[in-house]
Design a protein. Structure first.
Lengths: 226, 226
DNA sequence: AAAAAACCGGCGCAGGGCGCCGGCTTCCAG
DNA sequence: CTGGAAGCCGGCGCCCTGCGCCGGTTTTTT
């Protein structure tokens, strides 16, 4: 079955081989870099392998030495994004959270995450890709899990006593609110973005502060639910 | 230029003709209905004209009597969505807002909007389409403008005294926060969704209450900016 | 210096979905 | 009852774009 063969190849998302030589590693980095730049400029719909190759000044064939197909490039960008988030979150977890109050914690959290959003090239099209391209869905899910697990852990260290399912709900609400407003913030000019950033912090504080001490929230006896 | 011709046809999004007979009008409604159902079931990527026709039990040719192309169907769904929102907002504006306090207002607002989100079939793929398909971008923008203008007007009636650009910022923050959390809410089960709905209300209250009286916010002297 | 890895440009080609076509059926008016 | 307009139907042409392999050359590594 050549069809099955093709599907297999198509669903292959990891790089063809681990680049060993310095030059090759550099190339792979350059490809991602260029792709990021192009995503910003032309958007997801007009991004083609030919365009990437031309922009970078290499041939299409070369591209396929590093990545088995176009989606794999986007996938790699997504992983880069995930790892930036991971770094930011782990740095935050280094801190002495037990002795931070909630406002201080939120200020730290938002600063770090906004920075990650700010430095990511072509973020919006990338998000769009993670929603729209089936092969990349997994990344979106991993992103959510990553944030939920880290946030839950940190909330606990801050003294939250909610049961796991409620913690989960709070983390999800936090993450979605942050994501939505970060996208607003990075598109605003100086003062406005600071104000929105501050509003976000106060909103999160309101939500979290209201629930931090609820050991047994009413009506939430289920263990796991969306 | 057959190419220009084609482009012209492709960019055509309004229905081919206004249906005059009852049967035809009914068909058009059915097409949108079926499309909504299919969007829920198979998602945006696997939605094809053939599938729509087969599901509805008509031929593909028939579809093209009512809509010039596939995107036009989605466009029509989007417009339906916009009009639901408009209705909800206008109903709210009927009320005696001047004598409502902010909490009461937010409760009303959220109830109505959540209801609209709940009853819209295939909402998520539709949103995805409005982001991903260039022809539908306009809908997304109109949606934002719609909400921002209505929200600004209502905030004013509630006694807000901010300058227009700040009002705009607050409306945008409101809309993005609502959108993000509505999508969470409609996917949660009973009690949890109520709690998130309540959290959202308190968060919005926090943000809006903080700024309702700021006639001259510091550093916001520009007239228009993102 | 030989082997392995990286690089190059061209081109075959597959396939999936779009939407037109030509002819039929139904409905309404006169 | 009849004529014509609106509605309906299935098929399939076909496009066309982007994917990704190939055979050969150059560079790096050991």
């Amino acid at each position: 079955m050549s069809n099955a063969e093709q599907r297999k190849r198509k669903s292959q998302l990891t790089p063809r081989r681990e680049p060993v030589q310095a030059r090759a590693r550099e190339r792979a980095r350059q490809i991602l870099d260029t792709t990021g730049r192009l995503l910003e400029e032309v958007g997801l719909n007009d991004l083609t392998t030919i365009l990437i190759a031309k922009e970078l000044g290499v041939s299409v064939g070369s591209l396929y030495h590093y990545f088995p197909n176009k989606h794999a490039i986007l996938y790699a960008m997504g992983e880069q994004w995930l790892s930036s988030m991971t770094v930011a979150l782990e740095e935050l977890e280094q801190q002495d959270l037990e002795n931070l109050d909630l406002q201080q914690f939120l200020a730290e959290l938002l600063d770090r995450l906004v920075a990650v959003y700010r430095e990511q090239r072509g973020l919006l099209p990338l998000v769009q890709a993670m929603w729209g391209i089936p092969e990349l869905h997994e990344l979106d899910e991993r992103h959510d899990e990553l944030l939920i697990s880290h946030l839950s852990a940190m909330y606990k260290r801050l003294g939250f006593v909610c049961p796991p399912n409620e913690m989960n709900r709070l983390a999800r609400a936090t993450l979605e609110t942050c994501h939505a407003l970060f996208l607003v913030i990075v598109n605003q000019a100086g003062v406005r973005s600071d104000r929105t950033r501050e509003d976000l912090q106060q909103m999160l504080f309101t939500m979290l502060n209201a629930h931090r001490g609820e050991a047994r929230p009413a009506g939430l006896d289920d263990v796991e639910a969306p």
